[in-house]
Structure formats: C-alpha cells, structure tokens
Design a protein. Sequence first.
Length: 196
Amino acid sequence: MQVHYRLTDTEVKKLLKENFKILYDTREQVNQHILDYFDKAKVKYKKQKIDEGDYTAIITKCPEMGIYRDLYFKVAVERKNSIDELAGNFAEETDTHDDIRFERELERAKHKGIMMFLIIEDKNGMDNIKTHNYKSLYSPQAFIGKLSSIQVKYLNDTMFEDKKNTGCEILRKLKYSVRYLLKEGNLDIDPEEKNA
C-alpha cells in the first residue's frame, strides 16, 4: 500500500540539503573534474549503472519524514566531452552506428517520461559546429540539423559549457529538477514495512 504525500517547503529544503545524492553511470569516463566539483560543493555522489543519461539524482531514505526507501526521479543529464564526441554520435551510417545508439537512448528516455538535459563540454560549441572545427566528415549543415532535431524531439535543454563549469551545471539541472518534482509532484511513498 502506498501513501499519497505532499511535502512542505521546509521538508523539501531539508531533503535537498541532507538527502540529495547524484548518481553517475559506470560507463562515464574521465569525469574527475566533475567529481572534484561535487566534493567542493559537498554533494554526495555514487557510481551506479544508469540506463538513460550519464547523471541522475535521488533523495536517500529519510524515515523521520516517512520516506523508507530512496526516491528516484525521472531526470537525467547526458554529457559529451567535446563537439568531436557529439559529431561521432551523429555521424552518417557509413561512418558509425553511434548515431543510432544515441538516438535510441534519447527515445527510450522520452518514452519513460525522463527529463533529459544535454551538456557539451565546449563553450564555443555552436561556432565550432558552424565553422566545421571538429573531427568528422559530417557537414556543419547536417550537424546543426541533426542537433536541432534531437533538441526538439528529446531534450529539455542543451548547454555548451566550459569543462570547468560542467559539474556546476550538472548539479544545477539535477537539483532544481528534483526540487521542482518534490514541490509540485504528489509523491507515492511506501510506508514502513512492519515485521509480522
């Protein structure tokens, strides 16, 4: 049996301060700069398999508020470490099938109702796309078209960021998404199981 539950503003603030945790995917590579930011910001995090995206967030159990299990949220951040990586994901079928895998992942996330954010670690990303400053035969026009199509179909936001800001942006997107879902959503929370 689940209990229909709405949190107060005070409870939401307490949960975000004490029980907010970021999960990052086991396949996520070269992300020490992001973990260093989380450490600096005193944000808890854990490496775990994630089906969609590279980062997501949970609220860990808080029995004193009636939350007896971790709460998972339909929000994720996909990170690309460069325009080159994104171009590789969008490449023509004759080059690679990564575009099929990447779009399938975004489609699965949309089907599951997951809010998906894309961060590309290149603050001059659009200029680099327009001037073909990336390692791919994929033309700038095709690249912009594919990115625009992906944005319209699957993404809540796309950010081109300096690598030093990536951790901050991941935290910001996840924390405010979870805050919104806690404040606006009616949560179904399992009551504590009683021993027979």
